[in-house]
Design a protein around this ligand. Sequence first.
Ligand SMILES: Cc1cc2nc3c(=O)[nH]c(=O)nc-3n(C[C@H](O)[C@H](O)[C@H](O)COP(=O)(O)OP(=O)(O)OC[C@H]3O[C@@H](n4cnc5c(N)ncnc54)[C@H](O)[C@@H]3O)c2cc1C
Length: 389
Amino acid sequence: MNKMADSICIIGGGPAGCCMALLLAQQGWPSLVIEAGNWSAVHSEKYERTLALSQSSWNVLAEIGIVPQDLNAQAIRSIHVSQRGMPGQVLLSAEDVGKKVFGYTVSYQALLTALRNKIQSESLITVQSHRRVLSIEGSHTAARISYQSPSSGRHSILSALSIVADGGAQIDDPRALNWSYGTEALSCQITSLGAKAGLAWERFTPEGPIALLPSAQGLALIWTGSSARIQDLCSLSDQAFLSALQDWFGDRAGCFVNASPRVRYPLKSRFSLRPAHHRVIRIANAAQTLHPVAGQGFNLGLRDVVQLRDCLGVAHAQDPGHPSLLNLFSSERRADRWLTGGLTHLLAQGFTLPIPGVRSLGSFALSAMDITPSLRDRFSQLMSDGLAV
Ligand SMILES: Cc1cc2nc3c(=O)[nH]c(=O)nc-3n(C[C@H](O)[C@H](O)[C@H](O)COP(=O)(O)OP(=O)(O)OC[C@H]3O[C@@H](n4cnc5c(N)ncnc54)[C@H](O)[C@@H]3O)c2cc1C
């Protein structure tokens, strides 16, 4: 076993883990990133999704040296929200809140590649890939990380602070609330004739929300529904799929003429009740995995990253895993995590609950927002900056 008493270990080299390591390096903190997968190959199906990132998130990425223009990111200038089969709709515009854009969409793959490239040239960051962390045991003095390497078997190391950024799927968190929506998301790229540049669409249906976001390939689709429905949609020919989408969505986003291969994601949410304890801090999806309806998962995760960077920035002691730092991190993150998680859960469930009056209430909310500029502006502000501000 290696002893690394003042070390920081980051488990997971996804977008959150990479941003964490890069921001810490800027403050002079060395770190070890342990990644289960292949560091240089980010071309699998699971990296196909498009992420909508708020302007605040792009401001953080700019600190790392990543700007939308380098990644062919597409601006979101307005968002149209509606409900299928019900009156009430609203058009949110970034201009209404004095901004040029709400944010930009970017492919997960392009973002991850850019972040990992930055890490390659950072001397304070050590990467060990093809190492799957099996367990972490925290204590007052150190966190023990056990991992498996395909070439040399099982190992463990000690760290002063373990930052878990494994996406929430792998390392057990006994203090997490788990929720399965019993639904899935289908994601693919759509070519549409007549789609307006910079306009995103969010449509609530009794089966679940559908979003169309501007993307480098045209429009990025996220269609949620029951597992059976999503399975059916995936088994259709491209032509039949496009016509099902056109039928369900209407022609407001143009005429759909082409679809890329469809990828399915099971929808679960997970919320850690104690993200920081005994020298282990969970961030981003490892701390909370959200339904993608509001496109807030990574935006919220990045705010965890920034808060932890700030906490470590004021860490007077040499010990990055000191309990006072963990307590500060937990208390600073509490309100944003609960509010964003709660609101996302409400949106994911609200419009689909088979309770009389719920859909009418949604319809009323959209109409009220449409005719009440202050309400609309407040919501637009949230879309741009998140709940933290
Ligand atoms: C369909 C869909 C659409 C989405 N749209 C948006 C959006 O528009 N906006 C938004 O903000 N968010 C969105 N999200 C959420 C966003 O993708 C996540 O919040 C983000 O990817 C979380 O990043 P992460 O680094 O925490 O986790 P991940 O991206 O899951 O990365 C985790 C990393 O850890 C590694 N790892 C896992 N287990 C281990 C282990 N045991 N040992 C070592 N390494 C390990 C993995 O290989 C991976 O590299 C969407 C999600 C989905 C599913």
